[in-house]
Design a protein around this ligand. Structure first.
Ligand SMILES: Nc1nc2c(c(=O)[nH]1)N[C@H]1C(S)=C(S)[C@@H](COP(=O)(O)OP(=O)(O)OC[C@H]3O[C@@H](n4cnc5c(=O)[nH]c(N)nc54)[C@H](O)[C@@H]3O)O[C@H]1N2
Ligand SMILES: Nc1nc2c(c(=O)[nH]1)N[C@H]1C(S)=C(S)[C@@H](COP(=O)(O)OP(=O)(O)OC[C@H]3O[C@@H](n4cnc5c(=O)[nH]c(N)nc54)[C@H](O)[C@@H]3O)O[C@H]1N2
Ligand SMILES: [Mo]
Length: 778
């Protein structure tokens, strides 16, 4: 017999599962009101009982015997099953040993990762609360998504809230006439939202924009990036040359007097110093359309015409987050603002600039301000030393050295223990061969994971975690108007435990269990967190019901605002009353603060700086193809990679590598051929897919294939599955942002016959029985 559908939620949507009498999930259906459920909405129910689930705690065999002396075996070793008690005792001992011997600054708890939706069981949060109460940990700074923007925008408009820096869709539809999209805005990306999506409405807004007759220009190396393929005009561009194009547009505006002097005077500072550079007074090189044409490979007349059209209509310039995930990624973001400032439409409805339109589903949705969310308090972290998220390998490999970062110098700490939950370091980190060497440095690595995914395979101590379907929680994402009840649908798999409960028990053992849980259990926390948010919501004039009523109905919806405010609208109306939080209170086209840093890789006004790798560099002689690794349409990063949909997207089990017919033909490659993609940092196997939407010289692969090197744990080994991060660089965008440059990668591609068999979805070797491991340990 089937039970009644049970509501749960994920980053990719709200859905219902139906179980049979044995607690097996027999049916999954998306939320009825959701206009466009994610294609992979049912991915989790499908793999919640997969063979890859971790049934019990495991410890790396070498670690049991020789502790840190075996750390070079991390990733290639066998695992031994242990009891929960043994595993937790080991974690407790290691935390105590490491902190006593080396201090709290030797624990890395930055643990980057999307984990799962739900405000209580968000694993990186419960980890941070735990490590903070344990005395502290080294945390991360910034993020992989929009790290460069996050660092530059406070200097430019005094705000770091990048996902909120967008014109609301209703104002776009009503007022924008021309949408110029750097990096496009493929609707596949709006299937998800960090913390969860309820209604997938982006496609509806795109349809409304089409009905309103808005003209869209997609500036990207791939025509497929268009938000609306039906109406979009494609302007193919060489990757990483967006700043040159923007400068060429700005130069046309300046020389043809099509810019708003009034806006620049009243709302901005530093235009004249930027203009000296633009016109070539400072370096002898005017950044003219002809100059930009040579760099971008876009016709100079097309550049001039686009500038004129932008000046003649209500234009919105959007820049995708991907454009800044590149060497000098701060520049296209800053230059987007300067170009929009020259057009003088910032703050007007439908005009100015936006970031990440379509990158995740909540961007640009009409949303009331400052909605409170049920929140688990993270507590304080007494350790103040942090590391930029793109530079974790640098920290592990060169402890004690100094790193320039955002106007200061960070002394990289000596990390001895990594505690990682809810992220996949073998997905989010770049230059994985170097990262593998770095991962060998700490003495101890503890991971919680539901599946035998790469983070578990590369740990010393693996604790099996539950999934969202196995616990109760509340979804409430930053960009959504809903609180959604997430009900436990099935019992925990085997002996897996909630991350929260694992930390609660560790906290007990370490003597601070009382303060960690504050006497609450799961439901106690949900009530407490919900009631706290409810009180704050009431102060703002909303009336969410008491917890019991919410839990009964399963959802609370804050009404959408009747009218939307333009992004930066208040500043536009009254720049004195609504000063920006920059030193001048205005938009800073030239930053005196950044000038004082004296960074040649992030000058005091937006500038064209050659990226470390691009199709205009000498490196093309050896590695002639620019590899872009974009977000997958069939999963979230590496999550759900073993699901049917994700597996079906592969060719002979390998991740598809998309290339133009010209690039395929010149290498004698055909559809389905397995190839080796390589540069001097590493190589991976992929399968050829020939597409008509990519410019030649540019190839593309989705991120997220589970890391699967031919020789596990060995730096430099051929990766068999299609994980692009074995060839990407980890240099940092600039000394200012030190963010990820995942898109800055030149490679070559060649056919490979009989590539080694895949092992991505196999268990690691479990050779030792527990007793044998015990015997060997003594
Ligand atoms: N080459 C390249 N690399 C990139 C990018 C790119 O554009 N190109 N993009 C970057 C970006 S923007 C991002 S955001 C990162 C994403 O990188 P990550 O956020 O690290 O990737 P995920 O695959 O979401 O990793 C989540 C992990 O948490 C586990 N997990 C899920 N739920 C739970 C739970 O409840 N408890 C525990 N303990 N574990 C859980 C999953 O099984 C999975 O292993 O990747 C970055 N990497
Ligand atoms: N389905 C799904 N959606 C997702 C995710 C997922 O894993 N799955 N991940 C989410 C996350 S964490 C994030 S941060 C966002 C990321 O959102 P984005 O960063 O916007 O998305 P990407 O898919 O990485 O890149 C978009 C496109 O940018 C283009 N591009 C790359 N380099 C350049 C360049 O130099 N110039 C120009 N003009 N274009 C360039 C590429 O052709 C690429 O297809 O997506 C989110 N959405
Ligand atoms: Mo991201």
């Amino acid at each position: 017999m089937k039970t009644k559908p049970i509501q749960t939620a994920s980053h990719w949507g709200v859905y219902h599962v139906t179980t049979d009498d044995n607690g097996r999930i027999v049916q999954t259906s998306p939320l009825q009101q959701d206009p466009h459920p994610a294609t992979f909405y049912d991915g989790l129910p499908e793999i919640v009982r997969s063979d890859l689930r971790i049934d019990r705690p495991y410890v790396r065999a070498g670690f049991l015997r020789h502790r840190e002396k075996s750390r070079h075996l991390r990733g290639s070793d066998q695992f031994a099953a242990v009891t929960w008690d043994e595993a937790l005792r080991l974690v407790e001992q290691e935390l105590n040993r490491v902190t006593t011997t080396f201090g709290k600054e030797s624990i890395y708890g930055g643990s980057y990762g999307w984990a799962s939706a739900g405000r209580l069981h968000h694993s990186p949060s419960v980890l941070k609360r735990f490590l903070g109460m344990n005395g502290g940990y080294v945390d991360k700074l910034g993020n992989h998504s929009f790290g460069a923007a996050l660092h530059i925008m406070p200097y430019v408009i005094g705000r770091a809230d990048i996902p909120h820096q967008a014109m609301p869709w209703p104002l776009i539809v009503e007022h924008t006439r021309l949408l110029v999209m750097f990096g496009g805005g493929h609707p596949k990306n709006s299937q998800i939202d960090s913390g969860g999506t309820v209604l997938h409405e982006t496609r509806n807004w795109i349809a409304k924009a089409r009905a309103a007759g808005i003209e869209i220009i997609t500036i990207s190396p791939s025509r497929d990036d268009a938000a609306d393929p039906l109406r979009s005009h494609w302007m193919p561009i060489r990757p990483h040359t967006d700043v040159a194009l923007m400068l060429g547009l700005a130069h046309t505006l300046a020389t043809e007097r099509l810019y708003s002097r009034e806006f620049l005077d009243r709302y901005c500072t530093g235009y004249s110093r930027f203009e000296s550079y633009l016109l070539g007074h400072t370096d002898g090189q005017p950044k003219s359309a002809a100059w930009a044409a040579a760099i971008t490979q876009i016709d100079a007349d097309d550049i001039r015409n686009l500038a004129r059209r932008m000046a003649g209509t209500r234009a919105l310039i959007t820049t995708s987050w991907s454009v800044q995930r590149a060497d000098h990624g701060e520049q296209p973001i800053w230059m987007t603002v300067v170009l929009a400032a020259m057009l003088g439409q910032i703050g007007l409805p439908g005009g100015g600039f936006s970031f990440g339109l379509g990158a995740i589903s909540g961007i640009a949705m009409p949303l009331p301000d400052n909605l409170p969310r049920p929140t688990l308090p993270l507590g304080t972290n007494p350790v103040k030393n942090h590391v930029p998220v793109g530079r974790v390998a640098e920290m592990l490999l060169n402890p004690g050295t100094e790193l320039d970062y955002n106007g200061r110098r960070i002394c990289l700490p000596h990390i001895k223990l990594i505690y990682s939950v809810g992220g996949n370091p073998f997905h989010h980190n770049t230059n994985l061969n170097r990262f593998l060497r770095a991962w060998r440095q700490p003495e101890t690595v503890v991971v919680h994971e539901p599946w035998w995914a790469p983070p578990a395979k590369y740990a010393d101590i693996v604790l099996p975690a539950t999934t969202t379907l196995e616990r109760n929680d509340i979804q409430a994402s930053e960009l959504s108007r809903f609180y959604i009840a997430m009900y436990q649908a099935v019992p925990p798999f085997a002996s897996s435990r909630n991350d929260l409960d694992i930390f609660a028990e560790l906290a007990d053992r370490l003597g601070f269990g009382g303060s960690y849980m504050e006497g609450r259990d799961e439901m106690g926390w949900l009530v407490h967190m919900y009631e706290g948010a409810r009180k704050r919501a009431q102060e703002l004039g909303y009336s969410p019901p008491p917890f019991d009523a919410f839990w009964e109905t399963g959802r609370y919806e804050f009404s959408a605002p009747l009218e939307c405010e333009s992004f930066l609208g208040a500043f536009r109306r009254d720049p004195d009353a609504s000063r920006l939080s920059t030193p001048s209170g205005k938009i800073e086209i030239f930053s005196e603060t950044i000038a004082r840093f004296k960074y040649d890789d992030c000058p005091p006004h937006p500038s064209w700086l050659e990226p470390a790798e691009w199709l205009g560099s000498d490196r093309v002689a050896k590695f002639p193809l620019h590899l872009l690794s974009n977000q997958p349409s069939v999963r979230l990063h590496s999550q759900l990679d073993p699901s049917r949909l994700s597996r079906a997207s592969k060719i002979s089990g390998r991740e598809p590598l998309r290339m133009s017919p010209v690039d395929a033909e010149s290498r004698g490659l055909r559809l389905g051929d397995t190839v080796r993609v390589f540069n001097d940092r590493g190589s991976f196997v992929a399968a050829v897919q020939i597409v008509d939407y990519l410019t030649s010289g540019v190839i593309q692969i989705a991120t997220g294939a589970w890391f699967d090197p031919a020789e596990p744990g060995t730096p430099g080994s051929l990766e068999k599955h299609g994980n692009p991060n074995v060839v990407t660089d980890d240099k940092g965008t600039s000394r200012l942002g030190q963010s990820s440059v995942a898109q800055t990668t030149l490679v070559e591609v060649e056919r490979i016959t009989a590539p080694p068999d895949l092992t991505a979805f196999d268990w690691p070797p479990i050779a030792l029985k527990h007793d044998e491991a015990q015997a060997n340990a003594t």
